[in-house]
Design a protein around this ligand. Structure first.
Ligand code: ADP
Ligand code: MG
Length: 374
């Protein structure tokens, strides 16, 4: 079932929780809503589910305006961040509950409970009560209860937030499998965690203070963030955002950072209209900075290492470029093991990975030939 949300607004007193949100989610899509706490994710999902009303705007499910459609008729199920199961009922009875409410015949209930339990790997827990289940099993039971009515739209509101890190990792893979197995079920998944959004969402809508600021694939969101907010939200460790200034030189224009200069050539089409002295924000991904031993083929600088954080396969280095600008870089372990705190290293930047933003508005400045729509 496809979902079209048009110009939704919702105020709570003076708080504008949603300020004109429009989105189109395809039937069968796994769509992630990524935004920090307070961005309006829960409000948006609740309005789509029909358990909250909008002040203005519309929601269409499968092409039908649902303004006058009660929650039960929407073919939609929602799983909340705090998944409440009935503590005195077994997994079987928790899963069966929505079907019993619908007065489904007993044989059909047994068949569907077993089917959902198998899909969610809960079969071994059917006779047990929630108190004896692990966090992940309780979570899957809550999802099973949402799925048992075979909704065509599943709304998941931070379903992994209350699980520990290992379980979150495993459950991300489970959600992808579930989405594949459900086939045509549309999933809208709200999360403040960029890793969850990027690893599961086929597309991601970034929500900031009640507005959608970008809708894109994970790859496009990472490579061509629409503004410095999205750039800072997507990617781990976070992108380095640095103040730059546009300079004219005899051989063209250059962007000066406190510790190095960057050829402004790739952004010529847009920067051509800006005067020398224009302030910019330069985004350098930690993955785009690397140490050099030979002659660098990109912009280069010298830095002192002041913190190393080995994470197993990679190491995060905090460095001071030219003794003043703090940067983060990330290196594969086999390149990092030789580097110690207080070492001085020569670094270069992969020029293809540099992102540029207008200083005042934060809006991305596209590279020549990559402007939106082109
Ligand atoms: N029932 C409510 N009453 C008052 N303010 C609310 C209510 N629900 C949400 N808000 C406010 O609306 C904003 C968006 O909230 P929410 O949708 O819960 O965001 P998120 O789920 O992204 O954290 C927040 O500022 C929140 O405090
Ligand atoms: Mg929320």
């Amino acid at each position: 079932m496809d979902v079209t949300v048009s110009d939704l607004c919702r105020n709570f007193g003076r708080v504008a929780a949603l300020q004109g949100v429009s989105l189109a989610v395809d039937a069968g899509e796994f769509f992630a809503i990524l935004g920090p706490s307070g961005a309006g994710k829960t409000t948006l999902l609740r309005i789509v589910a029909g358990i909250e009303h909008a002040d203005s705007g519309s929601v269409r499910l499968g092409g039908q305006d649902v303004a006058s459609l009660p929650v039960r008729a929407r073919n939609t199920a929602m799983v909340f961040q705090t998944f409440a199961l009935y503590p005195h009922l077994t997994t079987f009875e928790n899963l069966a509950y929505p079907l019993r409410e619908q007065r489904t015949p007993r044989a059909e209930i047994a068949r569907r409970v077993n089917e959902v339990a198998e899909m969610l790997r809960l079969s071994h827990t059917l006779a047990r009560k929630p108190g004896t289940l692990s966090g992940g099993e309780q979570q899957r039971c809550a999802i099973g209860r949402a799925l048992i009515r075979r909704p065509r739209l599943l709304l998941l509101d931070e379903p992994l937030t209350n699980l520990d890190a290992k379980l979150r990792h495993d459950t991300r893979a489970e959600f992808k499998r579930l989405h594949r197995e459900l086939g045509s079920t549309t999933i809208i998944y709200a999360t403040p965690d960029q890793l969850e959004a990027l690893s599961m969402g086929q597309r991601i809508g970034v929500l900031r203070a009640g507005r959608i600021v970008q809708v894109d694939t994970p790859d496009a969101l990472y490579r061509t963030p629409g503004d410095d907010f999205v750039a800072g939200l997507v990617g781990d460790p976070p992108i380095n955002l640095l103040p730059g200034t546009l300079r004219a030189t005899h051989s063209g224009t250059r962007i000066d950072l406190p510790f190095m200069g960057i050829d402004a050539g790739p952004w010529h089409a847009v920067l051509d209209g800006f005067g020398a002295g224009t302030r910019l924000t330069v985004g350098l991904r930690p993955q785009a900075i690397r140490p050099v031993t030979a002659e660098p083929d990109g912009p280069a600088f010298t830095a002192r290492v002041f913190l190393t954080e080995p994470l197993g396969d990679v190491t995060i280095l905090d460095i001071l470029a030219h003794g003043e600008t703090r940067l983060r870089m990330v290196l594969p372990q086999e390149q990092a093991w030789r580097i110690a705190v207080d070492d001085t290293i020569d670094c270069t930047v992969d020029a293809d990975q540099i992102c540029l933003f207008a200083h005042e508005t934060g809006t991305a400045i596209p590279r020549d030939g990559t402007a939106a729509g082109g």
